[in-house]
Write a protein that binds this ligand. Structure first.
Ligand code: AMP
Ligand code: ZN
Length: 451
């Protein structure tokens, strides 16, 4: 089966050919650890986890390296720590530990390497680091020193802007670039900035300072995956300026034609049809959603839309995901084949077509004699025990016995037959108050536990 992936840079779906099929290399931009990750952040985590699983399936577990960084140096971190009156280290450690718990609860495999930006500012044991990379850019004539800052000079790279393919003025406006007097060109961006004594700083040839955001990913991807690698991923908002600038830095430093061969970007998540924002009151952290739903249900709900499309996050979607997952677990009981169904793998090889994969799982469930549903659930990392524990914890304890319910149903039928509808409604409402929902049909009246 040939994997096809859509590449944002060439704007085409292409056969995936790794540079080295014994070492498939993927880099995904990770979180800035200053607060709980929100449900939108869960999308790239889940999408690229599925891609990681697929690559491991196709190339062998030990032949895939997935790097997802932790940004633990950032002005938002500095501001938040000051606001809360705690040390930067305490803030980043606590936030990172929460993040780790959240992604594990979502059923994502840990990446092969999870480098922290602060460990790659200056790291003699790595093949490169941010300070050396910036030094190279200055030596190559792509960067310059101005008022204690080091800036990347965008016009030094003639084909800058290919990834986002936007006219220059739009790029400048879109990024709300800071117009600083020391910039030679308004598009130039910061590689290094000076740190006052009260802020974190590292020694460098340009004085005590801290790195800009973009240089982190160029340094960590080069140190851990090489100057060029296979796949680079993140959310669509990272295309410009973050990924555009990563490309500019890496290509200029290493004199290469490209940084990654496939650039993959997930679409944005909206909540109940609206942009998620704190002011609209529809902002949810992963932690908050996990309080109401098992991680695997969140995962199915996220995979119900193709990763490049926007996704509308709704309670209805979660309810449907829960039903689907439960039906798969029920249908897979007793199966022993550990391999995923070929039809599901095939759907995923078409640029990670997860809605099709889910449809294939429904088809499998409905097919008599199917054998590969359990293997497919294991491939995705879905955990029946966790979902069952969640259900058991939520099932309301009935305050009425089954025999009493059946007696009440008979009494209601008798009342109906006597056209005493006030009495039949009273019985129905009384049962509903106890969490018992009645369903009338041609075959008679049945009951179930309501939520
Ligand atoms: P950030 O911490 O904002 O850099 O985001 C971490 C990752 O989550 C990046 O890959 C973002 O592109 C992605 N992301 C942020 N918000 C959303 C959203 N609402 N929907 C989908 N992805 C998002
Ligand atoms: Zn990045």
């Amino acid at each position: 089966m040939t994997l096809k992936l859509y590449d944002t840079l060439t704007r085409a779906k292409r056969d995936f050919v790794p540079l080295d099929d014994k070492r498939v290399r993927m880099y995904v931009c990770g979180p800035t650890v200053y607060d709980f990750a929100h449900i939108g952040n869960a999308r790239p985590l889940i999408v690229f986890d599925v891609l990681f699983r697929l690559l491991r399936h196709l190339h062998g577990d030990s032949h895939v390296t997935y790097v997802r960084n932790i940004t633990d140096v950032d002005d938002k971190i500095n501001a938040r720590a000051a606001e809360r009156g705690i040390s930067i280290r305490e803030l980043t450690e606590t936030t990172y530990n929460n993040f780790k718990e959240d992604v594990a609860a979502l059923g994502c495999l840990p990446p092969s390497v999870e480098p922290r930006a602060t460990e790659y500012i200056s790291n003699a044991s790595a093949s490169t680091d941010m300070v050396r990379l910036i030094g190279k850019l200055i030596a190559n004539g792509n960067a310059y020193l101005a008022e204690g800052h080091v800036l990347f000079h965008v016009p030094s790279m003639p084909d800058y802007g290919k990834l986002s393919n936007r006219p220059l003025d739009e790029m400048v406006a879109g990024a709300r670039v800071e117009v600083a007097p020391y910039k030679r060109d308004p598009q130039d961006f910061v590689l290094w900035k000076p740190s006052p004594p009260e802020l974190p700083g590292w020694e460098s040839p340009w004085g005590r300072g801290r790195p800009g955001w973009h240089i982190e990913c160029s340094a960590m991807s080069a140190a851990l995956l090489g100057e060029t690698f296979d796949i680079h991923g993140g959310g669509i908002d990272l295309v410009f300026p973050h990924h555009e600038n990563e490309i500019a830095q890496s290509r200029s430093a290493f004199h290469t034609h490209g940084m990654a061969n496939y650039w993959m970007h997930n679409g944005f998540l909206q909540v109940e049809g609206e942009k998620m924002s704190k002011s609209l009151g529809n902002f949810f952290t992963i932690r908050e959603v996990l309080a109401d739903w098992p991680g695997d249900v969140i995962r199915v709900a996220m995979l119900a839309s193709h990763y490049r499309q926007p996704i509308n996050w709704t309670v209805k979607g979660l309810e449907e995901a829960e039903k689907a997952l439960t039906s798969w677990f029920d249908a897979a009981a007793g199966e022993a084949d550990p391999r995923p169904a070929p039809s599901v793998v095939e759907a995923l090889t078409d640029d990670l077509n997860t809605p099709k994969a889910i449809a294939e799982m429904h088809a499998l469930r409905n097919r008599a004699g199917h054998k590969s549903l359990a293997g497919t659930l294991a491939f995705f990392g879905f955990r029946a025990d966790a979902v069952n524990a969640w259900k058991a914890a939520r099932a309301p304890a009935l305050k009425i016995s089954e025999s009493e319910i059946l007696k009440q149903i008979d009494a209601r039928l008798a009342a109906k037959a006597a056209r005493n509808f006030a009495e039949s409604d009273r019985i129905r409402d009384e049962l509903a108050a106890l969490g018992v929902v009645l369903k009338d049909s041609k075959e008679g009246t049945t009951w179930e536990i309501g939520r």
